[in-house]
Each structure stands twice: as C-alpha cells, then as structure tokens.
Design a protein around this ligand. Structure first.
Ligand code: FMN
Length: 197
C-alpha cells in the first residue's frame, strides 16, 4: 500500500470538504491510501503556538509526510488570488527536502475554493504549483476527457479542482465540482503508483 498526501489549509471548511473528496478518489485506486493532513493558522503573535495535535479534524502535517508519500495533493482557499499564508508558511519550511531532492519526480495536484466565480481560482492553483515545480514535482491537472470540466457552471479547471463557495460560504459543492475533486485524487493516485513502481 502506498500513501498519497492530501495537504490542505481551510478556515471555514470548504477546502476541508474538497480534501475529503480528493482523498475519496485516491482511496478508490487499489494499492493507494490517502493520508490527510492540515497546517495550523499563522499567528500574528510571534510566540503564540498551536497544540502539536489539533483538537479535531486532520493531524498537522510534518515534513516526513511529504517524504514518505509517493504523491501529494495540495489545497488552499484563495487569498487575494494566491494561496493562504499558513500553507505557504509550511511549504517555506521544506528547504531541507529541496536540498535532498526528496520530492523530485513525485506527482502533485492542486485544488482551491473561492468566494466568487472569477475571484482568482486559476491564479491560486498556479501559485501552489510554483513551489512544487521548484521541488521537481510532476504537476498533474484535470483532462477535458472528464465531462464535468465542460459542463460545470461553477468550479473545475484543467489546472486542478475548484469550488465556488459563495460570499456567504453558503454554496454546497456542486455535483460537477465533487466529481472533479474525486477524479483529481484518482488521477494523482494512479500516476503516483505507476511512478513509484
Ligand atoms: C483574506 C481573505 C482573502 C480572500 N481573497 C479572496 C479572493 O481573492 N477571491 C475570492 O473569490 N475569495 C477570496 N476569499 C474568500 C475565500 O477564498 C473563500 O471563502 C474560500 O471558500 C474559503 O475556504 P475555506 O472554507 O476552506 O476556508 C478571501 C478570504 C479571505 C479571508
């Protein structure tokens, strides 16, 4: 059994729901198992620390999760068209892995949620790809052979899975968005298993 990391940050829950759907796609591939991890919020107070284990939900990611897993899906809410600071903060701690080339050649995929339809989903997806490319990871998107990529009227992009949560965070993940999250997880796991062979 090979583990695939689903690494995400979520403040109000939309990206957390997407992470579970991506994990469902990973777990649907025989021989693959999703390892879901989150990252803590970044505090404005320098000395303030979160508990080592969150009170609820997924455990916090450690560098060894990236090293041990054969692929990674990275998810973040959009923050002004970019990934959220807590995820960036975690990725900024990975220079030791970069020095060793520990992630080079592993596949990666990205997902995001925004409040608005044209609020920067694609730029956020691209922003998450940049550090992964520096690590030498192989970036996977979604192919147009997934019919929902053409039929969606909300989220879903060739650059990765996405969701439009609404300004009041009141929009459920549409059927198309859900299917594309699952498809992304399945595609990532299938590629990771082939590459790990
Ligand atoms: C500081 C900040 C910046 C944001 N920037 C954007 C933005 O550029 N475009 C957008 O559509 N939504 C933006 N949002 C909304 C979130 O991306 C959106 O609510 C997302 O679905 C939250 O995901 P979560 O529920 O996983 O935390 C922003 C929210 C915050 C707090």
């Amino acid at each position: 059994m090979q583990d695939i990391l689903v690494l995400y940050y979520s403040r109000t829950g939309a990206v957390r729901q997407m992470a579970k759907l991506v994990a469902r796609g990973i777990d649907a591939v025989p021989g693959a198992r999703a390892r879901i991890r989150t990252v803590p919020a970044v505090s404005a107070v320098r000395e303030s620390v979160e508990p080592d284990v969150p009170d609820s939900g997924a455990p916090y990611a450690e560098l060894k999760d990236l090293e041990e897993c054969v692929g990674v899906a990275v998810g973040s809410p959009t923050r002004f068209g970019n990934m959220a600071a807590p995820l960036k903060y975690f990725l900024d701690s990975t220079s030791g892995l970069w020095l060793k080339g520990a992630l080079a050649g592993k596949p990666a995929a990205v997902f995001t949620s925004t409040a608005t339809l044209h609020g920067g989903q694609e730029t956020t997806l691209l922003s998450m790809m940049l550090p992964l490319l520096h690590h030498g990871m192989l970036i996977l998107g979604l192919p147009y052979t997934e019919p929902e990529l053409t039929s969606t009227t909300t989220g879903g992009s060739p650059y990765g899975a996405s969701h439009v949560a609404g300004v009041g965070a009141d929009r459920v993940i549409s059927d198309e968005e859900q299917r594309l999250c699952v498809a992304l997880g399945r595609r990532l796991a299938a590629a990771a298993l082939k590459l790990a062979r």
